[in-house]
Design a protein around this ligand. Structure first.
Ligand code: SF4
Length: 148
């Protein structure tokens, strides 16, 4: 039998009280950044916050997740959609890849439509660099609405 893919999730500390409902639903339904696991077994082996700006936990929690078998780290969608989005996403991505030789995916659940609309009006994601960062969680309007 094919081995399950083990992953860890790091969330923005601004959402530290979040129960993870949207992430768990998206993982179960293989939506948003979890669409890549359609037809595959996955196991969540770690869940932590960045511990607040500037994200000190990002330096250490991937090690613990890796020890628990994680091969992939997801940076939660809250880092992309917060007001403002986390300015360190690209750095975190490069750091985890370089330091821990782990795959890093930006995003978890689909971007909720209300965040999408506000950021679009604000022009938050106009810079070209956002295109790649948004790609895993942009999905389609119907899906985004269902995550409002
Ligand atoms: S904005 Fe970035 S560094 Fe600050 S708390 Fe959120 S994820 Fe952590």
């Amino acid at each position: 039998m094919e081995k399950s893919i083990k992953l860890g999730i790091i969330i923005c500390d601004r959402y530290r009280t979040c129960a993870g409902g949207k992430c768990m639903r998206a993982l179960r339904n293989r939506e948003g950044a979890f669409e890549r696991y359609r037809g595959k077994e996955v196991e969540l082996v770690g869940f932590a916050t960045c511990n607040g700006c500037p994200g000190g936990n990002v330096e250490s929690v991937p090690a613990e997740m890796k020890k628990n078998g994680a091969g992939v780290i997801h940076l939660a969608t809250g880092m992309v959609v917060g007001y403002p989005p986390c300015p360190r996403i690209a750095y975190f991505t490069r750091f985890i890849r370089e330091k821990y030789d782990m795959e890093v995916v930006v995003g978890t659940h689909p971007i909720p439509e209300n965040y999408y609309a506000t950021h679009t009006h604000l022009g938050t994601w106009d810079a070209a660099t956002w295109k790649e960062l948004l790609a895993p969680t942009l999905t389609d309007e119907k899906t985004r609405v269902s995550y409002d």
